[in-house]
Write a new protein. Structure first.
Length: 266
């Protein structure tokens, strides 16, 4: 297999390393296409693939071309890319908010998959949702899914509009957890712990709780009730959360993120 990654920032390099790790592609058949001269020099030193310009003719030989550039840079880069792309290339875009129709129009190509990964992909624990142009075959979709799955779990949606909700829920989701963990650590500090001790208590609690969610044969309400005994400390905290509408605020924030993703994709 031959793969090109256009735009070798953080996410682009996460995919490059994952493909090499799982022997999806060899260094010789991995093209890293970059516009910036400084970045090209850095990539050459890393020696994890063949470095090239965005309109390198070798890109046309790639089975998969991954677009990992910033959305605001795409229109300009598309003018160069369309010179070398062919109808045989499967194009996977991980550009936030960039719809299939817009990508297809700019590149004058139709074999396009739009994916929304999240930051835990860096550890191989990401969540990636994706959708595909109607012209792609099941075989082509599965080939793309195998690549996306090197960084974690994947889910396919026929309805592209759902990717705005995915952006809000799993794309932005890590930040919500980081925010909650930060508030818990700050609460620990206010109760007398130094930051390192408070962070240890909170992080291990979060880790253990995650595994309980994944392995315990109980609903989230049941898990909450197992900790929150009547008249106890947990109930005291949960009562404040309810009074302050913390849960509703989180839900409204996520829906607002979905609406913003929809605006940006127009």
């Amino acid at each position: 297999m031959k793969i090109t990654i256009v735009g070798c920032g953080n996410m682009g390099m996460i995919y490059a390393r994952a493909f090499l790790k799982y022997n999806i592609v060899s260094k010789e058949n991995l093209l890293l296409a970059e516009k910036s001269e400084k970045r090209k020099e850095e990539l050459l030193k890393l020696n994890i693939g063949q470095v090239c310009v965005v309109n390198d003719k070798r890109i046309s030989e790639s089975d998969i071309v991954i677009l990992a550039v910033k959305p605001q840079d795409f229109e300009m880069l598309s003018l160069e890319l369309r010179q070398v792309l062919t109808s045989d290339n499967i194009i996977i875009s991980i550009m936030a908010g960039m719809k299939l129709g817009r990508i297809s129009s700019a590149l004058v190509k139709h074999n396009i998959i739009r994916a929304m990964p999240n930051s835990p992909a860096e550890l191989g624990m990401g969540m990636t949702a994706f959708t595909a142009s109607k012209v792609l075959s099941i075989e082509q979709i599965r080939k793309a899914e195998n690549l996306l799955a090197t960084t974690g779990r994947t889910v396919f949606f026929e309805n592209e509009d759902l990717l705005d909700a995915v952006t809000a829920l799993s794309g932005s989701g890590p930040a919500y957890f980081f925010y909650i963990v930060k508030q818990m650590i700050e609460a620990g500090k206010s109760m007398g712990f130094d930051e390192a001790t408070s962070a240890m208590l909170v992080k291990q609690t979060m880790l253990g709780s995650f595994h309980l969610i994944n392995t315990a044969n109980k609903s989230l309400d049941e898990l909450i009730q197992a900790v929150a005994s009547r008249g106890g400390t947990t109930e005291a905290a949960l009562t404040v959360f309810e009074d302050q509408n913390v849960g509703k605020g989180l839900q409204q924030g996520i829906i607002k993120a979905r609406d913003r993703a929809s605006q940006l994709s127009q």
